[in-house]
Design a protein around this ligand. Structure first.
Ligand SMILES: [Cu+2]
Length: 174
C-alpha cells in the first residue's frame, strides 16, 4: 500500500515535472533569434562575429559620429576589415585615435587587421568607424544600417543601435 502511494506520487511528480519541462521548453523554443532587438548590433559572416556594435548619438547638426564594436576572428588566418558603409551617410571610414605630445588626432587606416583567433576592439578614444555626412541627426534609441566588408569573410549588413555618449570626457571629437 505504501509503495503504491509512493509509486503514484512519483508518477504524479514526473507528470507535473514533465508538463513544466514541456512548457518551459516550448517557451524557450519560441524565443531564440526571434526578437529583433536581441540581434541589434550583432552579426556573423564567415569566421567573423561582430558583437556589441553601437553608434554614438550625433551632437547638434554636425552630421558625423562614430560606431564601436568588438570584431572576433574565429579563423586561423589573418582577417582585414577593408570597408564600412552606413546608410544615409556620405562617407564612412576606419579611424584610429593617436595621441602624440598631448595632441590627439585621428588617422585614417586602410584596413583594420584582426589577428588569427583574435579580436579587435573599437571603442571611444580608440579605433572607430567614422561616420560623416549624415543626412540627419541620430538620437539614442534610433538604429543605423551598417555594412562591413572583410577581405576573407566578405560583406555583412546589420542594424546597429544608437546610444547616448557615455564618456563625455572623450576629446577625440566624437
Ligand atoms: Cu574619427
Amino acid at each position: 500500500m505504501k509503495t503504491e502511494l509512493f509509486g503514484f506520487g512519483a508518477v504524479a511528480a514526473a507528470l507535473i515535472g514533465g508538463l513544466l519541462l514541456a512548457k518551459s521548453v516550448g517557451f524557450g523554443g519560441a524565443e531564440p533569434g526571434q526578437d529583433p532587438a536581441a540581434q541589434l548590433g550583432h552579426a556573423m559572416v564567415g569566421a567573423i562575429v561582430v558583437e556589441q556594435a553601437w553608434a554614438a548619438e550625433t551632437i547638434g547638426d554636425q552630421g558625423r559620429t562614430a560606431a564601436y564594436m568588438t570584431i572576433q576572428n574565429g579563423s586561423g588566418g589573418e582577417e582585414r576589415l577593408m570597408v564600412a558603409h552606413v546608410e544615409g551617410a556620405a562617407r564612412t571610414s576606419i579611424h584610429r585615435t593617436v595621441t602624440e605630445d598631448n595632441i590627439t588626432r585621428m588617422d585614417h587606416i586602410n584596413a583594420l587587421i584582426i589577428q588569427p583567433e583574435g579580436s579587435a576592439h573599437l571603442s571611444p578614444g580608440g579605433t572607430h568607424i567614422m561616420i560623416m555626412g549624415l543626412e540627419g541627426p541620430l538620437a539614442a534609441g534610433d538604429s543605423v544600417t551598417l555594412s562591413l566588408g572583410f577581405l576573407e569573410a566578405g560583406d555583412v549588413t546589420f542594424e546597429v543601435p544608437v546610444r547616448a555618449r557615455m564618456d563625455m570626457m572623450d576629446h577625440s571629437g566624437h
